[in-house]
Design a protein around this ligand. Sequence first.
Ligand SMILES: *Cc1c(COP(=O)(O)O)cnc(C)c1O
Length: 355
Amino acid sequence: MSQFLDPKYASFEEYTPGEQPKDFVYTKLNTNESPYPPGPAVTKAVSDPDLISRLRLYSDPTMSRLKKALADRYDVSPENVFVSNGSDEILNFAFMAFGQDGVLFPEISYGFYEVFGDVNQREYRKVPLLDDFSIRISDYFDSGKMVVLANPNAPTGKAVSREEVARICEKNKDHVVLIDEAYVDFGAESCVSLIKKYENLLVVHTYSKSRSLAGARLGFSFASETLTKDLEKIKFSTNPYNVNSLTAEAGIAALSEDSYYQENAEKIKKTRTWTEKELRSLGFEVIPSLSNFLFVRSDLISGEELYFTLKSKRVLVRHFDSPKITDYNRITIGTPEQMELLMQKIREILEEKNA
Ligand SMILES: *Cc1c(COP(=O)(O)O)cnc(C)c1O
């Protein structure tokens, strides 16, 4: 750290992204990316010579075509849609825009919430989960703060219902309720339809997981017109061209082949069921998941040892260095072939331990 850094940024820890190592070729089951590539419409869109020649121009700061396409797909109006450079940017904007009375989120959840709280100097309170990792919604009633919930939650994969989100909105009328639906396409109930009823609800989505575009960096959200305008105000005060032209076209193209991504999500759900069963047969405890990952532990091997031994065998999973979940690993659901390889490596590791 230099002598020039504002001390307010000095004391907290930045977010640690999942590793993207380049030393060997790994089977990557650590950052919840899709194992399937973007579809042909995306390839075609981003190779268009007209689009490429237009790269000399700034991207459209209103993102009107992308917003219209998203509004049509999700049955809302374009005034309810906000788009961003990855959904992490919307989360940050929301902490900036709506976190002035503090922020409430689960103790075990997406690690970035805490970092956005720190960088924006928001007071935040982390609410413990129940012993089975579920969320007790009454813990979020009358909070006097912005409420942030990942639904399904990460890294547990557990979800609350739309009805429960509605009650949280009703019980926090004076504050924003942010529902981060990064993983909703893998089986949980979406709350997008509730934005028509609750002016305080902000539902955040991403192209990074079910739509195979993590590297393109594209997030979007749904909310009342007024909340959406507030986010636009923050965007136009920080980075009006937050979404680049290539990514915007990729996003529009992906919506034109939506069924391809829905089919991939169905494949991933099937593979999740298979993997869960296999892990259970080896004695693992597996939290039932509505996401594209499983959160697992075993009495036979510690979370850390499993992580390191798998890595030495060129399979990457995610281990969190946090006392309450140190026994666990989060395993992204890949292709059936990747999961067969994972199971083969886990069997090997358990046999080597027994030998
Ligand atoms: C992956 C993830 C995101 C977002 O990612 P972007 O790539 O920035 O869109 C947001 N929230 C949760 C809970 C996630 O797991």
